[in-house]
Design a protein around this ligand. Structure first.
Ligand code: GTR
Length: 432
């Protein structure tokens, strides 16, 4: 190639790299230096808004828990509509001898017939063939479609929007056959079934596609006038995480009506953004008997005030649709938040909650995740439970399973077989 005007080329290169640098610098910085974590004081959990000390489980449940739940609705995740439209369930797949006869595999479509253009949530259900149901189980959303969670060729491929990929598993934001099985490492179905548990999963995008469209699609569109005033959308209106959590509750409705699932023993589980979601689902819907947060980080289990790794400003810039608009008031202003994430974990009490971190997942702030759990211990003690309460973090790969649970495993941001082994053991401890 003959370079006609090298000066011009380097100018173009400089402009391109400046554009790159500028877009990077437009994003609020992430801190990875423990010495730069600001001094902070966590909001008090065990004092009511009126200043009364919360010294009994009764006062917690009657007064303080509802106060805290409301603060999270109004300042972080947004309020969910109270009204639940009538749901219709249609079974679209039934395989009595899946996994070489060890499991029954079903897929059920949930929709809301009275709603125009109702979203359709396809729930994949696995139940053991051995043993006597109803079975305890896990319920959690997946990132890219039910077909990515297992190799069974009969599992439906979603037809709506999915996040694009560069490996051919998604083309033009449409899932393809090539993606089948691509997330199977995150869903050890055989192991779950062999341990006597059922599993329900659905694609999060069936509930609300994970991009910012001004809340026009997904379940938000089902309630067009909800929290929309003359001046536009209410700052407390629900974001996508609250939408996904609402969807998990609709899946819980289905499990509640299904004789193979024991609705008193359902653990809600999620990884990363879907771990933030499982926590919010566990907080808003106490039918979930156990709550699991895997590497949920900022807006999940990690304390916002530490501003370590991903910060409130950063998450609200990268994902403006995840939380309610009011949460943006706390960008670079975490100390003004009336809550922090230890209070979210407290909302699970007395139900068992498990928080898991990964050593290399500094973006999610493992220490902040642990400290949030540690600082929820007092609420568990009100219920005479025995929570994780040591001041120092457990060593790597040394899980602690009490009435709350925690581990930090070696490796990266992910949910893998090691994590699931802990969750199954923890479920055995509390559900058997
Ligand atoms: C990241 C985001 C995290 C986490 C993660 C995920 O981009 O910053 O908060 O949710 O995505 O969901 O995988």
């Amino acid at each position: 190639m003959i370079i006609q005007n090298p000066g011009r080329i380097s100018l173009i290169a400089a402009v391109i790299s400046l554009a790159f640098v500028m877009s990077e610098s437009d994003l609020p910085a992430a801190n990875y230096d423990e010495s730069k974590v600001p001094d902070y004081v966590l909001p008090e959990v065990l004092v009511t808004a009126a200043g009364a000390p919360v010294d009994s489980a009764g006062l917690w449940e009657k007064t303080r828990r509802p106060e805290i739940l409301k603060l999270f609705e109004n300042h972080v995740y947004g309020t969910q509509p109270g009204e639940i439209p009538v749901a219709a369930y249609e079974q679209i797949l039934h395989v009595a001898d899946a996994l070489d006869g060890r499991a029954t595999l079903r897929e059920i479509r949930i929709n809301f017939p009275e709603i125009n253009n109702s979203p359709e949530i396809f729930v994949l259900l696995w139940t053991p063939n051995k043993g006597q149901g109803p079975f305890p189980g896990f319920a959690g959303l997946n990132f890219n479609g039910n077909h990515t969670t297992h190799a069974d060729p009969r599992i439906r491929i979603p037809t709506g929007w999915v996040r694009s990929s560069n490996d051919g598993t998604v083309v033009n934001n449409r899932a393809t056959e090539a993606g089948r099985d691509s997330s199977a490492g995150r869903w050890p179905v055989e192991k779950i079934i062999d341990r006597g548990y059922a599993l329900a999963t659905a694609y999060c995008g069936d509930i609300d596609p994970d991009f910012h469209d001004g809340f026009k699609n997904g379940v938000h569109a089902m309630f067009p006038s909800f929290k929309t005033g003359a001046s536009g959308r209410d700052p407390e209106a629900w974001g996508t995480i609250a939408g996904w959590a609402w969807g998990l509750s609709r899946i819980m409705d289905l499990l509640d009506a299904d004789s193979a699932f024991d609705s008193e023993r359902i653990a809600v589980i999620g990884h990363s953004r879907l771990g933030k979601t499982s926590l919010w689902a566990g907080a808003t819907d106490t039918r979930f008997g156990l709550v699991i947060s895997n590497n949920s980080g900022c807006g999940g289990a990690a304390l916002s005030r530490r501003a370590f790794g991903e910060t409130v400003a950063r998450i609200n810039t990268s994902f403006p649709h995840w939380f309610c608009d009011r949460f943006k008031e706390y960008n670079d202003n975490e100390s003004a938040l009336p809550v922090d994430q230890h209070m979210l974990l407290a909302l699970m009490a007395p139900r068992p909650v498990y928080v898991a971190s990964a050593e290399d997942d500094r973006w999610a702030d493992p220490k902040g995740e642990f400290l949030a759990l540690r600082n929820a211990a007092g609420i568990y003690r009100l219920f005479e439970k025995d929570p994780v309460d040591s001041d120092s973090m457990p060593e790597i790969n040394q899980p602690v399973h009490k009435d709350t649970g925690y581990h930090i495993r070696s490796g990266k941001h992910d949910i893998n077989d090691y994590d699931w082994t802990q969750y199954l053991d923890f479920a055995d401890k509390h559900f058997r």
